[in-house]
Design a protein around this ligand. Structure first.
Ligand code: FE
Length: 154
């Protein structure tokens, strides 16, 4: 697992600081996750499913606030870093904090992609690409079903 982290960093020198994979602070059994999450969120967070483009709750969502992990409540992304990517998935230029997420190399489906996971519970969130806008040039392409939204205080 540590090797994967090293490879992720080697291919993404411009990425914000990422933390190596360690035992996650939030640990549940598969049965506990299944009971705690909606079927959609369980599929994404725990089985690495991808929701259909333009089908989720947040790709076209523009309220001010914070996007939390649907698995553990960790703040992951903010509306300030959200942009309209045109992909049909909520997209951000960076995480809410440097240690909010982890990035691992994902070689599934014959591709080499950078997988984004919640640092607190290890839930799968989506992938990150190097074709994003300024200021980071990164595009965190995230499943709505991995998120919940907390509006900013008025
Ligand atoms: Fe989480």
């Amino acid at each position: 697992m540590y090797l994967l982290w090293m490879l992720a960093c080697a291919t993404a020198p411009a990425a914000p600081p990422q933390t190596p994979t360690a035992p996650h602070a939030v640990q549940k059994t598969d049965a506990e996750w299944r009971a705690a999450l909606s079927p959609e969120s369980y599929g994404i967070l725990r089985q690495k499913d991808t929701e259909r483009a333009f089908s989720g709750s947040y790709w076209n969502h523009h309220d001010a606030g914070t996007y939390l992990c649907a698995g553990c409540g960790q703040p992951l992304f903010t509306s300030e870093d959200k942009f309209d990517s045109g992909t049909g998935w909520p997209s951000y230029t960076r995480p809410a904090s440097a240690d909010a997420v982890e990035v691992e190399v994902d070689r599934s489906y014959g591709m080499s992609r950078e997988e984004v996971l919640c640092h607190r519970c290890g839930g799968h969130l989506g992938h990150v690409f190097d074709d994003g806008p300024p200021p980071t040039g990164r595009r965190y392409c995230i499943n709505s079903g991995a998120l919940t939204f907390q509006a900013s205080a008025p």
